[in-house]
Design a protein. Structure first.
Length: 226
C-alpha cells in the first residue's frame, strides 16, 4: 500500500463549533436569521480565514468538510411533524483579509443540500403499533433525513455520518480562503432540537518543494478580519 499521497495532506481547522436552532433562541444562531455571507446561499455563515502562505507547501486542491450532529424530536403517532437537518457547503477566496472582499470560488462544486443521517431506536413502547418483534428488527435503523412530515415516536439522534465533498482546485484562488456553511432545519414550529456543527479543510496535491523550506511567518487561520 502506498501512503505517500495521504502523508502529504494537511488539515486545517476552518469552522468553529456552533449551535444552530430553527428559531431565535438565546445561546443559539437561527438558521433562517438575518446573518448571511450573500451570494449563492441565502442564509450562511463564514468560517475562519486561512492564509495559504502559512501552509507548509503550495497546495493545489482543498476539500472543505463539516461534522454535524443533533437530537430528534418525537411526537404522538397521530401528529405529523416536519423534522430534517441538512447543510450546504462552499468556498470563498480573497486577496485581502477584508470580509467584503471575499468572492465565491467554483460555485459549481458547492454542496447545496447534504442531509444528516438519522439513527433511531425502535418505536416507543407506548405506541399502539409497538411489538417486540418490531423492536428486534428495527432497533438502530439508520437512513438519510428528508423534509417529509413524520409521526415517528422513536428516539435517537442525527449525524453527518458520511459524504464526499468536492475537491476545489486552487490554481486561480487568491491568498486567503474560507469555507461557507448554510445549515437548514425543517421543524414544526420552534420545537426542534439544536444542530451542532464544526468543520475544517483538507489540503492536498502539494508542489514538489522541500518540506523544510520556509514559506512565511504568518498565522495560518484567523477568525478576525480587517
Amino acid at each position: 500500500m502506498i501512503s505517500r499521497g495521504l502523508s502529504e495532506l494537511e488539515i486545517v481547522h476552518g469552522f468553529d463549533s456552533h449551535s444552530f436552532h430553527s428559531c431565535t433562541v438565546a445561546g443559539f444562531s437561527c438558521t433562517c436569521g438575518p446573518h448571511s455571507t450573500g451570494g449563492s446561499f441565502a442564509y450562511s455563515y463564514a468560517g475562519r480565514m486561512i492564509d495559504r502562505l502559512g501552509l507548509r507547501a503550495n497546495f493545489n486542491s482543498v476539500k472543505p468538510f463539516i461534522t454535524a450532529h443533533g437530537g430528534l424530536n418525537t411526537s404522538a403517532e397521530s401528529t405529523a411533524m416536519y423534522h430534517s437537518q441538512f447543510f450546504g457547503l462552499g468556498l470563498e477566496h480573497s486577496a485581502t483579509t477584508c470580509s467584503a472582499d471575499f468572492a465565491e470560488l467554483s460555485t459549481e462544486l458547492w454542496i447545496t443540500g447534504q442531509p444528516n443521517q438519522v439513527v433511531t431506536t425502535a418505536t416507543s413502547t407506548s405506541a399502539s403499533f409497538y411489538t417486540q418483534e418490531g423492536e428486534e428488527v428495527s432497533i438502530f435503523a439508520a437512513g438519510a433525513m428528508t423534509s417529509a412530515a413524520t409521526s415517528s415516536t422513536s428516539t435517537g439522534y442525527s449525524v453527518s455520518a458520511t459524504y464526499t465533498p468536492q475537491s476545489f482546485p486552487l490554481n486561480s484562488a487568491n491568498r486567503y480562503i474560507r469555507m461557507v456553511v448554510a445549515p437548514s432545519l425543517w421543524s414544526t414550529g420552534c420545537g426542534t432540537l439544536p444542530l451542532m456543527t464544526q468543520g475544517g479543510m483538507i489540503f492536498g496535491d502539494p508542489d514538489e518543494t522541500p518540506r523544510s523550506s520556509q514559506r512565511g511567518r504568518v498565522a495560518v487561520t484567523s477568525a478576525c478580519s480587517s
